[in-house]
Ligand binder design. Structure first.
Ligand code: C2E
Ligand code: CA
Ligand code: CA
Length: 408
C-alpha cells in the first residue's frame, strides 16, 4: 500500500460483529491506519457526511436489517461519494447483482465484491493497485451469473491446488457449545474469485473427478483438525461425500489410512452423505457405509426431507446423525406445513436414536423454535457463516461470549 492509501479513511459496515471485526483486522494488517467499523449503516452515513472527502474506501455489507446495501449505494450516489466501494455479500447473488448494477450505472467506483468473511488474499487481490486512480478493473468485477465449470478447468484446479476448505460451525442448542464444524469446499478461481460447490461438484461427479475432489477436501480437513488440536481446540469435523465416492470398495480403508497418517481419531470424523437420485449399486454403497461406521466414523444423512434422502436409506444404513434440510427449518415456526415435516423428521430420528441437526438457521426466531422443539444441533448463518479454517478458533471464543443458549 502507498502512503496516501495508508492514510485514507476507511469505513467498514456490517451488522455481523464477527465479520466486522475480521474485516477491520484484515484492513489494518494491509496497512490502513484509519479504519472505523460500523454495525449500523445509518451511523456510517452520518460519519461520511461529517468526515467528508477524506473517506477513500467503504466496505459495505449488502444485507443489513435497517438499511440494506442497495440503499447505501443510493445514498452514496446522492452524496456524490468519490471514493472506492467494495460490496460484501453473503451468498445471495441476486442482491449482489442489483447493487452492483445500480452502483455502476451511477458511476460509483466499485472495486468488486467479497464473500464474507473474506480471507486476507481475497481482500489484498481486490485492493491491490486500485485505490489511487479510481480506474475500474474488469478482473475485480464479480460475474453476473453463476457459471457452471467444465471438467478441464476443474482438473487444472485440482492439480494447482485451487480448492480450499471453508468451515461452518454446528452448535448444541441446549448449551450453546460448539459440537463441530462442517467442511464446505470452495474454489479459489484465479480470475472469477470464490466459486461455490454447486458450480463444480456435479461436473466432478459426471466426469470421474469426484474421488480426487473428496480426497483433497478430506486431506485438508484432517490436517486442519490437527492444527486446531495443537491450538487446544478439540472438535468434530464433518466432510461431505458424494454417493459416487461410495462405489469404490477401498474408500473406508483410504479414509482410515489418511486419518492415521494425520493422527486424527476416526471418532472425530463425520461423513455427510446425500443420496443421489440414482444409486448405481445400492448394495456396494451399503457395504461401504457400514464399514465406515464400524470404524467409528460418524455418518450423517444430509438434506433429509428433500426426496434424495429417503426413508429406505434410514432403514438400511447405520446413520448417527440426521440433518434436516434447511427448506424445513428456516421459518418453520410460522408455517404449519414446514413445522409438521420438521416435527416428523425429529420424531423419526429420536425413535431411531439418531442425533438431529437443523440446517439453515437464519434468525433468532428459528433458533428459539429449535430450542423449544429440543432439536440437538443447529447450523446456519445466524450462528456462523462458513469461514476459512484459521478463523475458527477466534470465532468460537467470540461465540462463547455471546452465550445465546441462556438468552431468550
Ligand atoms: P450442504 O451439505 O447442505 O451444505 C450446506 C449449504 O448451505 C452450504 O452451501 C452452506 O454455505 C449453506 N448454508 C449454511 N447455512 C445457511 C443458512 O443459514 N441459510 C442458507 N440459505 N444457506 C446456508 P455451499 O457451501 O454452497 O454448499 C452447497 C452444497 O455443495 C453442500 O450442501 C454440499 O451438498 C455440497 N458440497 C460442499 N462441499 C462439498 C464437498 O467437499 N464434497 C461434496 N461432494 N459436496 C460438497
Ligand atoms: Ca452437508
Ligand atoms: Ca444439507
Amino acid at each position: 500500500m502507498s502512503d496516501t492509501e495508508n492514510q485514507m479513511k476507511v469505513l467498514v459496515i456490517d451488522d455481523e460483529p464477527f465479520v466486522l471485526k475480521v474485516h477491520v483486522r484484515l484492513l489494518t494488517n494491509l496497512g490502513f491506519t484509519d479504519v472505523t467499523p460500523y454495525e449500523s449503516a445509518r451511523d456510517a452515513m452520518i460519519a461520511l457526511e461529517a468526515g467528508g472527502k477524506s473517506v477513500g474506501l467503504i466496505l459495505c455489507d449488502l444485507q443489513m436489517p435497517e438499511m440494506d446495501g442497495v440503499e447505501v449505494v443510493r445514498y452514496l450516489v446522492n452524496s456524490s461519494y468519490r471514493g472506492a466501494l467494495v460490496l460484501v455479500s453473503g451468498e445471495d447473488q441476486r442482491i449482489l447483482q442489483t447493487a452492483e448494477r445500480l452502483a455502476k450505472a451511477h458511476a460509483l467506483n466499485v472495486l468488486g465484491a467479497l464473500h464474507k468473511p473474506a480471507s486476507p488474499q481475497q481482500l489484498r487481490q481486490l485492493l491491490e493497485g486500485k485505490l489511487s486512480g479510481g480506474a475500474k478493473s474488469e478482473a475485480a468485477t464479480p460475474r453476473a451469473e453463476r457459471k457452471i465449470y467444465g471438467a478441464d478447468e476443474l482438473r487444472v484446479a485440482i492439480t494447482d491446488k485451487e480448492l480450499v476448505n471453508y468451515y461452518q460451525p454446528k452448535v448444541v442448542l441446549a448449551t450453546g457449545k460448539v459440537a463441530g464444524v462442517e467442511t464446505l469446499v470452495r474454489w479459489r478461481h484465479p480470475k472469477d474469485g470464490l466459486v461455490f460447490p454447486d458450480q463444480f461438484i456435479k461436473t466432478a461427479e459426471e466426469h470421474g473427478l469426484i474421488d480426487e475432489v473428496t480426497q483433497a477436501v478430506l486431506a485438508a480437513a484432517l490436517s486442519q483438525y490437527r492444527q486446531w488440536l495443537s491450538a487446544g481446540l478439540d472438535t468434530h469435523v464433518a466432510v461431505n461425500v458424494s454417493m459416487h465416492n461410495l462405489t469404490t470398495m477401498d474408500f473406508p480403508d483410504f479414509v482410515a489410512k489418511l486419518a492415521a497418517e494425520t493422527g486424527v481419531p476416526l471418532s472425530k470424523l463425520v461423513l455427510e452423505v446425500t443420496e443421489s437420485k440414482l444409486m448405481s449399486n445400492p448394495l456396494a454403497s451399503l457395504d461401504i457405509l457400514t464399514r465406515l461406521r464400524l470404524k467409528g466414523i460418524g455418518l450423517s444423512i444430509d438434506d433429509f426431507g428433500t426426496g434424495h434422502s429417503s426413508l429406505a436409506q434410514l432403514r438400511d444404513v447405520p446413520f448417527s446423525e440426521l440433518k434436516i434440510d434447511r427448506g424445513f427449518v428456516h421459518g418453520a415456526w410460522q408455517d404449519k406445513a414446514l413445522k409438521a415435516i420438521f416435527d416428523a423428521s425429529l420424531s423419526l430420528a429420536r425413535q431411531l436414536d439418531i442425533k438431529t441437526v437443523a440446517e439453515g438457521v437464519e434468525d433468532r426466531a428459528d433458533w428459539n423454535f429449535l430450542r423449544a422443539a429440543k432439536c440437538d444441533l443447529a447450523q446456519g448463518y445466524f450462528i456462523g457463516r462458513p469461514m476459512p479454517g484459521e478463523l475458527v478458533p477466534e470465532w468460537i471464543s467470540d461465540w462463547e461470549d455471546r452465550d445465546l443458549a441462556h438468552s431468550a
